[in-house]
Design a protein around this ligand. Sequence first.
Ligand SMILES: *Cc1c(COP(=O)(O)O)cnc(C)c1O
Length: 356
Amino acid sequence: MRCPALIVDRGKVTGNARAVAELCRSHGIDVWGVTKGLSGDPRLAEIYADAGFSGICDSRLRNLRKIADSGSPLPRQLMRIAMMSELKELAVTAETSLQSDIGTIKELDRICVSAGIRHKVLMMIDAGDLREGFWPTELPDAARELKDLEGGVKIVGVAANFACASGVLPTRDNMARLVECRDAISGITGREMPVVSVGGTCCLKMIEAGLAPEGVNVLRICEGVLLGTDTASDRVIPYLARDALTLTAEIVECRQKPSVPVGDVGYRAFGEKPVFTDRGLRKRAILAIGRQDVNIDRITPLDENVEIVTASSDHLIVDVTEAGATYRAGDTMSFRPLYPAMLACATSEYVEVIFE
Ligand SMILES: *Cc1c(COP(=O)(O)O)cnc(C)c1O
């Protein structure tokens, strides 16, 4: 096996995806699978299709292009509001997108008309999290401006994010307001707008409890399916597997050293001034993976007696003094990644992503 590797257990991710699809279906909600957690890996898109998801979402066109080229049967949605400079590419890469700028929507409309393409847009609404989205009071004016689109873009609904920029959680109230926003825009434009899409994983809790208001009919999800966790609500999702992803790296040195450095201590490579506690001689292993590849405070060693000490760009140092196993150079060590670590590993060109 190549190291470092992010190993994805296909069976476990599929099981999680099926469980989410089934739960949502029983509440009248379609699931769109978000692939950005694994950098738009087409193998993940394939799992989502097998599980019965209705579409693929990613924040990068490059990822959606990879998925389109792999022959994925599902419709694709660009989930990060588009850059003006990527609209031509958007029109030929994804069938739908989330948008929050009138000028961008009009330009996309113009591009689609001249290319003979029809593209669906969900208007992003800021439900209070203060990332992207129309502020609800702006909607009447926005809707009036969008009445004269020329047929390239069709506004098919609204969408909102929760717990992305400010940690604002979904509630029955803020979700119901989203449905009201849809009704208001639809009333002004005189067109049907069937879709009300919410994300991400934190919305699952509302759906489980049967608290998603009537009208909400799409969930966009990534974290829960891959990791079985809901970081925003600080919970594990009891009916999903939490061990589908494993990060494995190789040990390149293992030896006993003092726990306090020898010499005058300045700042270390990543800017902080470290403090040390004298714990006597400790056995330290160095792994060939570093901050270039992974967010080191967002991984947990599977061997619970291993302690992460520190890392530089290419080396991760762990204390193995209390570990039962005797580690040597050439051995591998495994970790469970949290969301930011998964994202970093999947993006690093030095980490192999293996589906098995
Ligand atoms: C990342 C993202 C999601 C998925 O969020 P998870 O919490 O990982 O499930 C949904 N919608 C948008 C717009 C996103 O950027």
